[in-house]
Design a protein around this ligand. Structure first.
Ligand code: ZN
Length: 355
């Protein structure tokens, strides 16, 4: 369920009232100041009308009262490790997401881009009801289902060398600088998926998921061999290789001839690989071998198969490391977002309607 601060609601109602009855603007300002003092206010739940969600306003909205920030929204987050849900503001949630999803040593503009992408991704999921956790939580901390999340305290205990003071300072700066900003396409929150590393090009949504989403097209990405982790290899014994593919293939005697053909997508990911007469999708092959990406090449020698991969992740949307390279080259977070989500635009949340 999504909740908004009761004073934010009261401020909005007051604004409507005053617009209607032409009350002095100074009173509007007072109402807004009061709404901002959320530490002394209670909250009201509005989830009985369905999954609550904020509506979206233009960045240049004529009324400041229509602006909505991360602290005006409360969501329930299912802690996957403990199995309990916890209410927190969107800002608290995004703080944990940023700490878990990207190194805090990233350039601030890259952290800002990640903040907007994570905010948009979460709100779109909540609004569309895609999350659908059994507990009724809005989001969870399982990165395979929603997004990764870690508290500053847990990060300090888990990661040696984690400088919580610097990390919080940088992450908070990124969240404040982008407060309430999201990516929109038309009148919908954009599905701002992201991944760790692309090499040369991102993948289109069509290549990976078969759905053609205009702002998730393939675009250039600046990572190359100079980036640690961009190219990796994994080794498998011949027996292990055959065992993992046993349900697909009848293997011949000569392992040098197992791999017969690659069919590549436009961004050079493997669309299909033909092994011993059978085609296997690149996505399935990646999953079977736990590869970092579906951009791979298979080699055999000395009783072992070596699978070389380029990139990390599904390859669609924003590349996190690509964003950092762009930021280090002088691009702003707005430049980065508009590059990776071509055709989508940056907007500001508003609270005009709650569905
Ligand atoms: Zn989830």
């Amino acid at each position: 369920m999504v909740r908004i601060n009761i004073f934010a609601v009261l401020a909005f109602v007051l604004a409507l009232f005053m617009i209607t009855f032409s009350l002095p603007l100074s009173f509007v300002a007072y109402a807004k100041d009061t709404a901002a003092d959320r530490h002394f206010g209670g909250e009201i739940a509005i989830s009985n009308t369905g999954r609550g969600s904020p509506s979206i306003g233009e960045l240049s909205s004529p009324s400041p009262l229509s602006d909505m920030g991360d602290e005006d929204i409360t969501i329930s987050v299912l802690r996957a490790d403990a199995g309990i849900s916890e209410d927190m503001t969107l800002r608290e949630y995004l703080r944990g997401v940023l700490l878990a999803e990207v190194p805090y040593t990233f350039d601030t503009e890259a952290l800002c881009a990640m903040a907007v992408a994570a905010r948009s991704y979460a709100l779109r999921k909540i609004e569309s009801g895609q999350a659908l956790h059994k507990s009724g939580a809005d989001m969870c901390t399982d990165y395979t289902h929603c997004m990764a999340f870690i508290t500053p305290c847990d990060a300090k205990a888990k990661w040696s060398g984690f400088d919580d003071e610097t990390a919080l300072s940088k992450v908070n700066e990124a969240l404040l600088k982008t407060d309430g900003e999201i990516m929109m396409y038309g009148d919908e929150i954009a599905n701002t998926v992201f991944h760790a590393i692309s090499v040369d090009k991102t993948a289109s949504s069509y290549e990976v998921w078969g759905s053609d989403i205009p702002y998730l097209s393939s675009v250039s990405s600046p990572e190359d061999e100079s980036l640690s982790g961009a190219f990796m290899s994994a080794e498998f014994s011949k027996d292990e290789f055959c065992r993992r593919l046993a349900k697909y293939c009848d293997f011949s005697d000569d392992p040098y001839n197992y791999v017969e053909e690659y069919i590549y997508s436009a961004s050079l990911r493997v669309e299909k690989v033909k092994i011993c007469g059978q085609y296997i999708s690149g996505t399935d092959f990646r999953s079977i071998f736990g590869l970092r990406s579906s951009r791979f090449y298979i080699r055999y020698a000395d009783g072992k198969f070596t699978i070389d991969t380029a990139g990390y992740g599904h390859g669609v949307g924003m590349s996190q490391y690509g964003a950092n390279i762009m930021a280090q080259s002088g691009y702003s977070y707005k430049d980065i977002l508009c590059h990776y989500y071509t055709g989508a635009s940056l907007r500001k949340l508003s609270k005009k309607v709650l569905r």
